[in-house]
Design a protein around this ligand. Structure first.
Ligand code: MG
Length: 212
């Protein structure tokens, strides 16, 4: 029921696959309210993560998460590289050198990741950013972990809540990031960063479920 380094690596591969599959969708979403680079950036970043993970073969979940952070910071442009990088870095720090992550450790890692994003991006819930996907995801993860759920179920709860958070960004007027330059015109579009966050969580959940 715990997540080993191999499970985390499998989740990262699944994340890369889902980002590649949704690359054009993310480009279109970012074209509507940003600069149309989110799909390409995320695809390039996660391809690089998979290739680095293959060569470095990290031996703990924390090492895999830290490697992901480093690669994303150096390969993903725009705001999302540093934000995703910080999220993975904080998640890595939260899990330390544990060999295996149970549901509670996964929830803790998600919370630490979100706090890193909030600290770095200074965004709050309702600003129409990835925080709108992360915040409900963290709440759902925490309550699943408190009910004793394992890593896969905690991730599944987080992913479901994140997708609802994504839908909730549609009517919002952006208050952070490039989309905020559009003011009222940013309303009526879902946030690309929130969407990629939810897609990644779904991929992580599905990969973890299929291995548990
Ligand atoms: Mg962009």
């Amino acid at each position: 029921m715990g997540c080993t380094a191999q499970d985390v690596i499998a989740a990262l591969r699944a994340g890369a696959a889902v980002v590649a599959e949704h690359r054009d969708e993310l480009i279109q979403l970012d074209r509507a309210i940003g600069d149309a680079d989110h799909g390409e950036n995320m695809d390039r970043g996660f391809r690089a993560v998979v290739s680095k993970v293959d060569t470095a073969a990290p031996e703990t979940p924390g090492a895999a998460l830290k490697l992901t952070a480093t690669v994303l910071i150096s390969t993903v442009g725009g705001a999302s590289g540093p934000l995703y990088g910080t999220a993975f870095l904080r998640a890595a720090a939260a899990v330390g050198d544990a060999e295996e992550l149970d549901g509670a450790a996964v929830a803790k890692a998600l919370q630490a990741g979100m706090e890193g994003v909030i600290g770095r991006g200074r965004a709050a819930v309702g600003d129409k950013t990835m925080v709108d996907a992360l915040s409900p995801a963290v709440e759902a993860a925490k309550s699943a972990a408190e009910s004793g759920e394992g890593a896969a179920a905690v991730l599944a709860a987080a992913a479901d809540a994140a997708h609802q958070g994504v839908q909730a960004t549609e009517p919002l007027v952006a208050r952070k990031g490039r989309a905020s330059y559009l003011g009222e015109r940013s309303a009526g579009h879902i946030d690309p960063g929130a969407r990629s966050t939810a897609l990644l969580l779904s991929a992580f959940a599905e990969a973890t479920r299929s291995r548990s």
